[in-house]
Design a protein around this ligand. Structure first.
Ligand code: ATP
Ligand code: MG
Length: 276
């Protein structure tokens, strides 16, 4: 990470804010700046980081919105990919467009949790900003989160349609010239590394099919699932096989007892070539 000239200025503003959200298209430097903010805010106050980038998240598992509370210095370079999280909100796809309503609902839940803390809250977002879809998505998140600072990364004028509607304080950056754009293959590779790390110690389990919240869909084997205790997502798993009354799945858990609900996601990890 190469600190940019304007970063200090934005940090000064961030240090005076309680709720900060980062917006910008893909490869604009949001997540790099999020790490810089966490590093520099944590000495004075803890940071509740809501990583709502379900495709290229810094923490957590792809397809989930993850929360981690940072209350001490953290080495983001300690491992190639990081899984650490305190809470996850399962969405089930790597882009919000597959179900904008559900994505917003999961984001709402994450924000609700963050409100129970004293920490400064920092939100990282997906790079989906284009058109009405991007605009409505970002404005919905702003409406839910009610940030006191919106930090925007804008290369040309691609954020104007969103900026013009924001009422909170805004700080606009020009993306760093050091940014290395990542193509689809690199993005898929990053997700794969995260999944392989997360599922490394998975075991197979069987539960009653009636726990499936979603109606049984086609091509169910290989689908990613959220394993819940009531409204709380405890872990993520993969469907191995669906029997008449049972579901066989693998997940990195040790105890089935708490699981009383299963939500089926969109992503098929077998078809993606992530798992066999
Ligand atoms: N200031 C910087 N100095 C050096 N490299 C940088 C800097 N900012 C970003 N990069 C690199 O550029 C790439 C994209 O940056 P980053 O992941 O922060 O963007 P992003 O806006 O979060 O993208 P996405 O929307 O895909 O999540 C990363 O490989 C990152 O390491
Ligand atoms: Mg990012």
């Amino acid at each position: 990470m190469i600190p940019e000239a304007q970063w200090d200025k934005a940090l000064d503003k961030a240090l005076k804010s309680k709720k900060i959200i980062l917006l910008g298209e893909v490869d604009s430097g949001k997540s790099t700046f999020a790490k810089y903010l966490i590093k520099n805010i944590v000495p004075s106050t803890s940071v509740c980081f809501i990583d709502s980038d379900v495709g290229q998240s810094t923490i957590g598992i792809p397809t989930t919105i993850a929360i981690k509370v940072f209350d001490r210095p953290y080495d983001f370079n300690k491992e190639e990919v990081l899984i650490d999280f305190d809470k996850i909100y399962f969405f089930g796809a790597t882009t919000p467009t597959l179900s904008l309503d559900d994505f917003i609902e999961q984001f709402y839940r994450a924000v609700k949790f963050s409100q129970s803390l004293e920490s400064t809250v920092l939100v990282d977002t997906t790079g989906l900003v284009a058109g009405d879809v991007g605009k409505n998505l970002k404005l919905s998140k702003i409406k839910i989160f009610e940030p006191d600072l919106v930090i925007i990364f804008e290369k040309k004028d691609e954020m104007r349609h969103i900026i013009s509607e924001i009422k909170s304080e805004i700080f606009i950056f020009k993306p760093s010239s050091n940014i290395k754009p990542r193509n689809l293959a690199l993005r898929a590779e990053y997700r794969k590394k995260k999944f392989l790390k997360y599922f490394k110690n998975s075991e197979s389990f069987m539960l009653e099919k009636r726990l499936l919240k979603t109606e049984t869909k086609e091509d169910i084997e290989g689908r990613i699932i959220g394993l819940y205790n009531n409204e709380e997502c405890l872990a993520v798993g993969v469907i191995e096989e669906l029997g008449k009354d049972s579901i066989l799945f693998s997940a990195p858990i040790s105890d089935l007892k708490k699981i009383n609900r299963i939500k089926v996601g969109y992503l098929n990890l077998k078809k993606e070539g992530v798992l066999n």
